[in-house]
Design a protein around this ligand. Structure first.
Ligand code: E4P
Length: 218
C-alpha cells in the first residue's frame, strides 16, 4: 500500500519523507488555507516546494467547478511538475474534465467520493486515483471502510487500473483496515503515520534490553 501524507505543511512532509516510506502528498484548499497560502502565485510556489521534497504523486486541487475552468486550471497545475496529480471534484463536469485530462496523459485524483457509483464513474473516465473520504462517512454513521472494500471489489472485478486512495483517515485503525482490505493507497495526517510506530511492549522491551546491556558492562 502506498502511503501519502494529507497536509500542505512543509515540515510535516519533510518529517514523513525522512522516514523513507512516503509515496506522495495530498492537499486540498482547506489544508492550503490552514498553512496561510493565499493568492495563485503563492499557491503555485507552494506546490513547487512540495514537489521539491517528494519523489512523486503531489495532488493539487482545482478550484473551478465548470469543465473549461477545470481543464484550464488542471493543465496549469500539471505544468508545474510531472509529479503533480490534478485533483478534480466528483461532479458532472469533473467527470468530463477527468476524461479530457487523462486523454492528455495528465494524472487525476477524483476527490469527494462517497459512493461506489461515484468511484466507478471516475474510474471509467480514466481517473488515476479515486479518493473515498472514510472519516467523513464515519461522522454520519456510515462505515467508511466498508465503502473502501466495496470499491476495491468492483475495481478488481474488471481489473480497472484506477487506484483506490483511502482519504479522510483519522486514526491508525482506519489505516490498518484499509491495508487489510487492499486499498492501493492511504493518505493520512502525520500523526497517523507516526502512530504506527507505537507499542508499549516495544518501549518496555527496549528499556529492558538497554538496562541489561548497561548491567553487563559494569
Ligand atoms: C484527501 O485528499 C482529503 O484532502 C482529506 O483526506 C480530507 O480529510 P478530512 O475529512 O480530515 O478533511
Amino acid at each position: 500500500m502506498k502511503f501519502f501524507i494529507d497536509t500542505a505543511n512543509l515540515d510535516e512532509i519533510k518529517e514523513a519523507y525522512a522516514l523513507g516510506i512516503l509515496d506522495g502528498v495530498t492537499t486540498n484548499p482547506s489544508l492550503m488555507a490552514k498553512e496561510g497560502i493565499k493568492g495563485q502565485d503563492n499557491i503555485i510556489a507552494h506546490y513547487k516546494a512540495i514537489c521539491d521534497i517528494v519523489e512523486d504523486n503531489v495532488s493539487a486541487e482545482v478550484i473551478a467547478t465548470d469543465f473549461e475552468g477545470m481543464i484550464k486550471e488542471g493543465e496549469n497545475l500539471a505544468s508545474i511538475s510531472p509529479k503533480i496529480v490534478v485533483k478534480i471534484p466528483m461532479i458532472k463536469d469533473g467527470i468530463k474534465a477527468i476524461k479530457y485530462l487523462s486523454g492528455k496523459g495528465i494524472r487525476t485524483n477524483c476527490t469527494l467520493i462517497f459512493s461506489a457509483g461515484q468511484a466507478l464513474l471516475a474510474a471509467k473516465a480514466g481517473a488515476t486515483y479515486v479518493s473515498p473520504f472514510i472519516g467523513r462517512l464515519d461522522d454520519i454513521n456510515q462505515d467508511g471502510t466498508e465503502l473502501i472494500a466495496q470499491i476495491v471489489h468492483i475495481f478488481d472485478n474488471y481489473q480497472l487500473q484506477t487506484q483506490v486512495l483511502a482519504a479522510s483517515i483519522r486514526h491508525t485503525m482506519h489505516l490498518i483496515t484499509c491495508a487489510e482490505i487492499g486499498s492501493h493507497v492511504a493518505t493520512c495526517p502525520l500523526k497517523v503515520i507516526t502512530g504506527l510506530l507505537n507499542h508499549p511492549l516495544t518501549d518496555s522491551g527496549l528499556s529492558k534490553f538497554l538496562e541489561d546491556y548497561k548491567k553487563s558492562q559494569s
